[in-house]
Design a protein. Structure first.
Length: 342
């Protein structure tokens, strides 16, 4: 199931942020800079709202100039441009946009220059009548190590926070996530889970997937006995199957399963394929030949090479490490299931 097939669920805690995103898309009701700063705890749904916004934009304004980037990627790109003395090209890329989307701004390099470059990019886009969409885990004033200039720029736009889910909203979210994936959880058990699991949307997603994996492995229904054992920690979560890993990876990278399993060499597909192979080997413990067979009958040496390449990339790419943690969480596995050294 692709991400687009899991519809965005609007509950009380994200209603205001959803309205703000829709407003930025429609370009209605702005008295100052068209800058939206959306913040909330990790896993509370910021990325889902960004994907919703991006989907709307591509339908309505397919020809506009857009860059969507994480703050860590922005910093790394600037550092590389400075190293090879191509800052002019870097600035040209970011200053001539109609829309700049920068996620997780709290993760930007806290040295003055990367922050300065992001401010310059934001100013350039806004001055030419464009829009800026930022996300972060904290409000602008709570960001550590950021200049007052950056904070003021963010506060000059519309700042909206996503609240933690209340119990009633957790009930709705668990029901929604289970229904979208055709996982049957009785309503009474949904309500018990909502009482016990007080985390984010991502936590609830992981819980639903864990219960489904356990039920399938043990050939049981998700009933009171299973939920009770799960909540007490009496059941070990099974290693995910390759097809489940590939489904979650495809969703996170925004590609389809068939493309990952094909021989296509698109840069994004190659990285997604390497990630799926790496997790199949390191987390699921699948034999190399089984992994190779699943991914189009490749030679097992290709799997080894792919895993090594992914490990190398992971060692110095903080954004990729963060994405891998999200994938692990959605698989119902702890973030330390694999070593992420960056």
């Amino acid at each position: 199931m692709a991400k687009s097939q899991i519809p965005l669920l609007i509950v009380e805690e994200n209603r205001l942020s959803f309205t703000a995103v829709e407003r930025l898309h429609r370009r209605e009701g702005w008295t100052g800079s068209e800058l939206l700063y959306l913040y909330g705890a990790a896993g509370d749904g910021k990325s889902t709202l960004v994907r919703h916004f991006d989907h709307l934009e591509k339908k309505l304004r397919p020809k506009q100039r857009v860059v969507q980037v994480t703050a860590a990627e922005f910093s790394a790109e600037f550092t590389e441009a400075a190293t090879i003395e191509r800052i002019d090209d870097f600035q040209a890329k970011y200053h001539e946009l109609d829309l700049l989307i920068c996620e997780d701004v709290g993760a930007i390099d806290t040295r003055p220059e990367p922050q300065k470059q992001l401010i310059l990019a934001m100013d350039a886009v806004l001055q030419r009548g464009g829009r800026v969409f930022l996300t972060a885990n904290r409000s602008p004033g709570s960001l550590a190590g950021f200049s007052s200039r950056f904070v003021n720029r963010c506060q000059g736009g519309l700042t909206v926070g996503i609240k933690p889910l209340a119990q009633s909203s957790r009930v709705k979210m668990i029901t929604h996530l289970a229904s979208c994936q055709q996982i049957l959880i009785p309503q009474e058990q949904v309500e018990k889970l909502a009482v016990s699991i007080k985390g984010s949307v991502r936590d609830l997603f992981g819980t639903v997937n864990q219960l489904d994996a356990i039920a399938r492995l043990q050939q049981r229904r998700i009933d009171a006995a299973l939920c009770g054992q799960f909540l007490k920690g009496d059941i070990e979560v099974p290693a995910p199957e390759i097809k489940v890993i590939t489904r979650i990876v495809s969703q996170e990278f925004g590609v389809n399963i068939g493309e990952i399993r094909s021989s296509a060499r698109d840069k994004k597909l190659v990285l997604a394929r390497q990630c799926a192979m790496y997790l199949a080997r390191e987390v699921a413990g699948k034999p190399l030949r089984e992994i190779a067979r699943y991914f189009g009958g490749r030679n097992h040496s290709t799997v080894i090479h792919s895993c090594r390449r992914f490990e190398e990339r992971l060692s110095d790419d903080a954004a990729l490490g963060k994405e891998l943690k999200t994938i692990l969480h959605r698989l119902g596995l702890p973030a330390d299931s694999v070593l992420i050294s960056c």
